[in-house]
Design a protein around this ligand. Structure first.
Ligand code: KG4
Ligand code: ZN
Length: 353
C-alpha cells in the first residue's frame, strides 16, 4: 500500500510538529515549530505555557505541512497523532486538531505511542531493518532499552529510575552558562570538543546494579558540585568568560559527556547479551531520540555494537529529535496492520478529548 498518504501530528512536549509521509517512506513535508525561546526564558517546560504555545501555532504548522506536500486534507488516507506519553495539556492540543480534521474529512485516526515512533522511524530509511531488533531510546524525558519482537510487541529491558540522559545534558548546559536558545545537548556536545574528558573523575552510575536500568540524577549532582567547587558563575555567559574559565567549563562538559555515555555503553553491552538470549536472530541496535543526534554518542555506541557483531542504525538528526515524520510513519505501519480508529463524528464537540 505505497499509495497511502498519512499526516502525522506531534505535540507531546515542547515542539509542535506535523509531516506528511507516503506509504513507501517518501517524506512529502516536515514542519517543526520549536518553543526554544520560551524554554530559554523560563529554564524549562511549564505545561500551561507550552499548551498555549502549541495552541498558537498548531493550525499554521498543519497547514504548512499540507501546503509543502502540495496536498489538501482530501488527499489524505489517515491521520496519525501522538497520544502519549507526554504532557497531558500538550498532547490534547494535537489530538483535538487531529480529530477535528478527521471528523470533517471522514478520515481514520491512528493513536501513536511517542516512544514507539522514535524507534520505528528507523525503519523508514533502513528497509533491511526487520523485527526483531533492539532499540535504545534517549531523549529529554526518556531512557529506554527495548527488544522489539514485532510491531506492537516490545519487551522493556531497561528504563531510567530517575532522570533521562537529555535532562542531564540540559541541566549541565544551564549550569555552565551555555546559550539555551538552542537545547542544551548540542551546546554541550560542541563545548566538549574543546575539553579534556579525563580531567574530572565523575563516577559511572549504577556500577553495582547488574541490570539494564539507567540513573542520571547522581551524575547531575556530581556535575553541580564540580561546577560549584570550580566557582563557575553561570550568570556570566560562556561567550564572555575568560579563556581559563572557558577551558574549565569545557573540561566539565567533556568529562560529563564521557561518563554519561559510558553509562549508555555499559547498559547496551548487557542488554545485547540479554536480548540475544531471548531472540538470537537480533542483528540491529536502533538508537533514536534527541540525544541520538550526538556524534560522540553514535561513535561510542557503534563500537559497542561492532564488538557484538551487530549493526547500529541511527535515524538522521532531524528524525531523532521530536518530529511529525516519526508519527506519520508509525501511523502507516499500524494502519497496514488494521490498527486504527474509525473517523470521529463530524460534529464532535471539542471538549470531548
Ligand atoms: O526526543 P527529543 O527531541 O524530545 C523528547 O522526547 O524529550 O529530545 C530532546 C533532548 C533534549 O534533552 C536535548 O538536549 C537532547 O535531546 N539533545 C541532545 C542533542 N540534541 C538534542 N543531547 C546531546 N547531544 C545532542 N546533539
Ligand atoms: Zn521524543
Amino acid at each position: 500500500q505505497d499509495d497511502l498518504v498519512v499526516l502525522g501530528i506531534e505535540t507531546s512536549c515542547d515542539d509542535t510538529a506535523a509531516a506528511v509521509v507516503r506509504g513507501n517512506g517518501e517524506i512529502l513535508s516536515q514542519v517543526v515549530s520549536s518553543q526554544a525561546d520560551l524554554l530559554a526564558q523560563y529554564g524549562g517546560v511549564a505545561p500551561k505555557m507550552a499548551e498555549e504555545a502549541h495552541l498558537q501555532v498548531i493550525d499554521q504548522v498543519v497547514q504548512e505541512a499540507l501546503d509543502k506536500a502540495k496536498l489538501t486534507e482530501r488527499n489524505l488516507s489517515a491521520i496519525a497523532v501522538t497520544v502519549g506519553p507526554g504532557l497531558g495539556l500538550c498532547l490534547r492540543v494535537g489530538v483535538r486538531k487531529a480529530r477535528k480534521i478527521a471528523g470533517s474529512f471522514n478520515l481514520p485516526i491512528i493513536g501513536v505511542h511517542h516512544m514507539e515512533a522514535h524507534a520505528l522511524v528507523a525503519r523508514l530509511n533502513e528497509r533491511e531493518l526487520q523485527f526483531p531488533f533492539m532499540a535504545l531510546l534517549i531523549s529529554g524525558g526518556h531512557n529506554l532499552l527495548v527488544l522489539a519482537r514485532d510491531l506492537g510487541q516490545y519487551i522493556q529491558l531497561g528504563t531510567t529510575i530517575d532522570d533521562a540522559i537529555g535532562e542531564a545534558y540540559d541541566k549541565t548546559a544551564k549550569w555552565l552558562g551555555l546559550d539555551l536558545r538552542r537545547s542544551g545537548g548540542p551546546a554541550i556536545e560542541e563545548l566538549a570538543r574543546e575539553g579534556d574528558a579525563k580531567s574530572i573523575k565523575f563516577s559511572t552510575p549504577m556500577k553495582q546494579h547488574k541490570d539494564c536500568n539507567f540513573s542520571y540524577a547522581g551524575l547531575k549532582t556530581q556535575v553541580r558540585l564540580a561546577i560549584e567547587s570550580k566557582n563557575i558563575n553561570a550568570t556570566i555567559p560562556i561567550s564572555s568568560a575568560s579563556s581559563e574559565d572557558r577551558r574549565t567549563r569545557a573540561d566539565i562538559a567533556a568529562s560529563f559527556q564521557r561518563v554519561a555515555v559510558l553509562h549508555l555503553e555499559e547498559r547496551c553491552e548487557r542488554a545485547i547479551e540479554w536480548a540475544l538470549k531471548i531472540e538470537p536472530s537480533v542483528k540491529y541496535l536502533v538508537v533514536s531520540g534527541g540525544v541520538a543526534s550526538n556524534q560522540y554518542v553514535r561513535a561510542r555506541l557503534d563500537q559497542v555494537v561492532q564488538r557484538n557483531s551487530l549493526r547500529l542504525v541511527c535515524p538522521p538528526p532531524s528524525l531523532c529529535t521530536d518530529n511529525g515524520v516519526m508519527v506519520a510513519w508509525t501511523g502507516i505501519e499500524n494502519f497496514r496492520m488494521g490498527r486504527f480508529d474509525p473517523p470521529p463524528p463530524a460534529d464532535e464537540p471539542e471538549d470531548i478529548v
